[in-house]
Ligand binder design. Structure first.
Ligand SMILES: O=P(O)(O)OP(=O)(O)OP(=O)(O)OC[C@H]1O[C@@H](n2cnc3c(O)ncnc32)[C@H](O)[C@@H]1O
Ligand SMILES: [Mg+2]
Length: 205
């Protein structure tokens, strides 16, 4: 029997500086009566993501934000994996988009395509680790995945990050072409969130 700590707060910190993630997690939390303030709004520093797993890095971010703010914090560490690249970029997905002028996802997607274009295996997946941390150091973590294939050229202006080059299994549209609701029905983030909600959140109103 696993005993989970349940969330009683109605306002938490979302420990992410990625606007796409903040938007998606806020939408998932709202039906549970939980409002968010982002780490960016609070001016919290971005800790270094030194672990080699999604759960490890989400734990670093959630604990740093909870300790700095004195509030419960939710962190999201996520990434895009390509089978033909042995799971890369994976936990390094954000790094692949870094340029001296800021993040460039068109460049990052082109890099994935360039490295994987000659491999017949087109399978790809997104992973998302969600970790809830309390200021006393307690954490609860959950992992979700969404499987599908990468496509080229990218399609769609919805979503964020690598969404335009990913078609989930059984679908015709990329994550970048779907509505937010359609992405939430099948995404890696929603899969992790379902586990989190069941274990730690009040039921939706
Ligand atoms: O660490 P924080 O501040 O939360 O923000 P980040 O953008 O650095 O986030 P990560 O370190 O977790 O890196 C995740 C990368 O994967 C991308 N990513 C995550 N979820 C995604 C999704 O649902 N669709 C498309 N790309 C996604 C995202 O844009 C980043 O490049
Ligand atoms: Mg990051």
């Amino acid at each position: 029997m696993i005993f989970r700590r349940r969330l009683t707060d109605t306002r938490i910190v979302l420990a992410s500086h990625n606007a796409g993630k903040v938007r998606e997690n806020a939408a998932l939390l709202a039906p549970h009566g939980i409002a968010i303030v982002s780490a960016k709004e609070l001016g919290l520093p971005e800790p270094e993501e030194t672990e080699d797993t999604f759960l490890g890095n989400a734990t670093i971010k959630a604990l740093a934000a909870a300790r700095a703010s004195g509030m419960v914090a939710l962190a999201d560490d996520s990434g895009f994996s390509v089978a033909a690249l042995d799971g890369a970029p994976g936990v390094r997905t954000a790094d692949w988009a870094e340029t001296p002028a800021g993040r460039d996802y068109a460049m990052a997607m082109a890099k994935v395509e360039k490295l994987a274009r000659h491999a017949p295996d087109r399978r790809a997946w997104f992973s998302c680790a969600l970790v809830l941390a309390w200021p006393d150091g307690h954490t609860e973590g959950f992992l979700g995945e969404a499987h599908g294939a990468w496509i080229w050229p990218p399609r769609g202006g919805n979503g964020f990050g690598y969404d335009p080059m990913f078609v989930p299994d059984g679908m015709a549209e990329t994550f970048g072409e779907m509505t937010a609701e359609a992405k939430h029905a099948i995404s890696h983030r929603a899969a992790a969130f379902r586990l989190l909600a069941e274990a730690c959140l009040p039921p939706p109103a």
